[in-house]
Design a protein around this ligand. Sequence first.
Ligand SMILES: Cc1cc2nc3c(=O)[nH]c(=O)nc-3n(C[C@H](O)[C@H](O)[C@H](O)COP(=O)(O)OP(=O)(O)OC[C@H]3O[C@@H](n4cnc5c(N)ncnc54)[C@H](O)[C@@H]3O)c2cc1C
Length: 492
Amino acid sequence: MTVDNLTTADEKIVYDAIVIGAGVIGPCVATGLARKGKKVLIIEKEWSMPDRIVGELMQPGGVRALRSLGMVQAINNIDAYPATGYTVFYNGEHVDIPYPYKADLKPIEKISGLVKGGNDKVLNDSTIKIKDFEDDERERGVAFVHGKFLMNLRNIVAQEPNVTRVQGTCIEVLKDNKNEVVGTKVDIEGRGKIDFHAHLTFVCDGIFSRFRKELSPTHVPTVNSSFVGLALYHANMPVQNHGHVILGTNHMPIIAYQISPEETRVLCAYNSAKVPKDLKSWLAKDVQPYMPKSLGPSFDKALESGKYRAMPNSYLPAKSNDVIGLCVIGDALNMRHPLTGGGMTVGLHDVAQMIKKIGDLDFADRPTVLDELLDFHYEKKNYDVVINVLSIALYSLFAADNQYLRALQKGCFQYFQRGGDCVNTPVQFLAGVLPSPFKLTKVFFSVALYSILINFQEKGISGLPMALFEAIMIWVTAVKVFTPFLFKELSS
Ligand SMILES: Cc1cc2nc3c(=O)[nH]c(=O)nc-3n(C[C@H](O)[C@H](O)[C@H](O)COP(=O)(O)OP(=O)(O)OC[C@H]3O[C@@H](n4cnc5c(N)ncnc54)[C@H](O)[C@@H]3O)c2cc1C
C-alpha cells in the first residue's frame, strides 16, 4: 500500500473501533477485533520501520499470547533469535535459569475467530524451527530486531479486510457533550485535520502517550532510571540462546541478549532519568570492566563506534478504563522496569484478555462495553501485577546502593544457585506464566530470609550481635522494596 492509500480513510463512517498507534499493541488490538467482525480504523503517525532499542526480547508468556491471538507467525522470517532461558552473572560466578516446562503450565487458549489455519503455530525459517518451538518440552521466548517484528505485525493487520489504515498524527480525543469519547482528530499530511468517529477508541500510543491522561490527569509515569543501549556485532555470547543479566557489588545491572544471528543488544542501567553527558567515559569506566570476558572484544568495538542510545525507564501502575467510549492499553496504560523484558508480554496478554471479554459485544452498546472493561481491569490484574512488581523489586536488588540491598542481591543469586524450585518458580514469574502475586510474595520473602541466613553464616558466632541487627535491617529493606509496589499495583 502506498502512502496515498494511507490517507484516504472515509470520515463519514462510524467505525466500531479506532486504534491509535501501530506499535506492538495497536496492530494486535486491531487484528483481533477485525477477526471478530468489527470495522476498525488504525492510525499510526509513521508506518515505515522504526529503529528503536525497546521491545526486543519477548518472554514465553508473550509468545503464548501471540498464539492465542493467532499472530505468532509475526516472529517468522525476521532472523528472530530463540530464547531458552537466562544466565545470571554475579561478581564473575554464574547460574543458568532455563525457561519452564510446558507440562507445568495450563494449555494455551485459542481465541475463537482469531485462531485459524494453523496461525497459532510458528513456521520454519532460517532461525525459527517448528521442532524447537512446538515440540520442545520447555517454553521458548524470542528476541528480534524490534522494527522488523513491528513490520510483521503491521503486515498482518494490513491483510484484514475489516481494517482501514491511516498515516497521520492523532492530535485530540473527541468527546461529546456528555464528556464521552466519540473518536479522534487526526492531522493527515496533504489532507488536514480530520475527525474520525467510532463507538470505542483504543489508545495504544505507547511509552510517551499523549492520551493516557484522558483516563485521569494523575495517570502519569515516574522515571527513576535509564538504560543506555549498544549494539554488539558477532559477539561471543557466554551461553547461547540465553538472556544475560550481569550483576555485581560494584556496578549497575547490565543485560545482554542476541537479537539476530549477527547482533546482540546490551542495555546498561543508569540510576537516574538523566544519563551522563560523556556516555563513552561512563561506559568505559563503569560498564566495560564488568562485562563477561568473551563479550569484551565486541563490546570494545561498540564502545569505539560511539553509537549509544539512552531510554528512560518508566513506571506506571494500570488504571481502570472507566471512561465511556475509551480503552487505554499497552504502555499507555501500564509500564514497569524493562530489566525483566516484560512489557510486550503484559500488553499482549491484556489484548488477548480484552478481546475475549468484549470481542463479541456490540460496541454500539457502550454502557455494556464499559461494564465489561471495568471487569477486565480486575481480571487481568494478577497476571500483570506479578510481572510489574517482579521487575521493580529485582531492579532495586540488582541496582543495590546500600549494604542491605547488596545483602539481598547476594542472597538472591545464592538462592538461584540452590537450583530446583529456587529456580523453577522464579523463572515462571519472569517468563510470564505464573500469575500469582501470593506466590511471588512468598518467594520474595524466602529470598530475604535466605539472605539473612547467609549473613548469619558469614558473620559467625563472634559477629552474632551485628548479624542480628543486620537481619532486622535486611528484612525492613525487603519490606520497603516490595510492599509499596505490590500495594500500588493491587490497589490501582
Ligand atoms: C529501554 C527499554 C527496553 C525494553 N525492552 C523490552 C523487552 O526486551 N521486552 C519487552 O517485552 N518489553 C520491553 N520494553 C517495553 C516495550 O517496548 C513496550 O512494552 C512495548 O513497546 C509497548 O507497546 P505499545 O504498542 O504499547 O507502545 P509502542 O510500541 O511504543 O507503540 C506506540 C505506537 O504509537 C504511535 N503513536 C504515538 N503517538 C501517536 C499519535 N499521536 N498518533 C498516531 N500514532 C502515534 C507510535 O509511533 C508507535 O508506533 C522495553 C522498554 C524500554 C523503555
